[in-house]
Ligand binder design. Structure first.
Ligand code: ZN
Length: 236
């Protein structure tokens, strides 16, 4: 029961969110006339029984990447899908416009450390500085302090948790995209494991990852999945 009511609330909130996005109303509505793929997320939101929708979150670590992140953002925008980006501080300088675009287009922007250090191997004050440096950068660019952290390698402990006023976000399906670097194999791997409510880990620093993510978006939309951001999946 609780799950059903959460979904209804979520679907309603998403519908309201999307209604607020001017570009969706105009650009996507135009595309909807022409393209089957682009209709689906909108159509799902307007379905009679939104509680029957399934949810998944596409999450991307290690960016922003000046080559591949723009392609991914284009593809997500065409499909009316919002994703979550956990950014590495040292990759932000020079890519500020990409970060602004993520925010403008409704994606969740989280922290993935500054240099991709394994935080559990650092002294607490060093770990704090790794995270804080990226938070400061992101806050300067977006005007908003990040609330979500994905620790590099998923390495985390209670000491760090208590030290920070952030929510740590992990994943439930690892696409192994960085290792496979093959669109078809990445897609197959994710589809094999994916269930309602899953959080998919990918990296927007490879062309194969971007291609796989967009194919997953289309195939899962066709299966009735609605894509939400990581924070929306965490609501309980
Ligand atoms: Zn990473």
């Amino acid at each position: 029961m609780r799950l059903v009511s959460r979904r209804t609330v979520l679907a309603a909130a998403l519908a309201a969110d999307l209604a607020l996005l001017g570009w969706l109303g105009r650009t996507l509505a135009d595309r909807v006339q022409r393209s089957g793929a682009a209709v689906s997320q909108t159509a799902l939101l307007q379905a009679e029984k939104p509680e029957e929708a399934k949810f998944a979150a596409l999450t991307f670590d290690d960016g922003p990447d000046s080559r591949y992140t723009p392609l991914l953002l284009d593809g997500l925008r065409e499909r009316g899908i919002r994703a979550s980006f956990f950014l590495m501080g040292e990759r932000i300088p020079g890519n500020e416009e990409l970060v602004r675009r993520m925010k403008r287009e409704g994606h969740l922007i989280g922290n993935h450390g500054y240099r991709h250090e394994q935080l559990t191997h650092l002294r607490p004050e060093q770990a704090w500085e790794e995270i804080e440096r990226t938070n400061r950068l992101l806050e300067e660019i977006t005007g908003e302090r990040p609330r979500y952290l994905r620790p590099p390698y998923g390495a985390w402990n209670e000491g760090l948790e208590n030290q920070l006023d952030m929510t740590s976000v992990f994943w439930s399906v690892d696409s192994l995209d960085w290792e496979l670097q093959d669109k078809k194999r990445i897609v197959e791997r994710v589809l094999k494991d994916l269930e309602d409510g899953d959080m998919i880990l990918m990296h927007d620093i490879f062309s194969t990852s971007v291609e796989a993510a967009l194919e997953l978006a289309d195939r899962l939309t066709a299966e009735g999945y609605l894509f939400v951001t990581a924070d929306e999946l965490l609501i309980e």
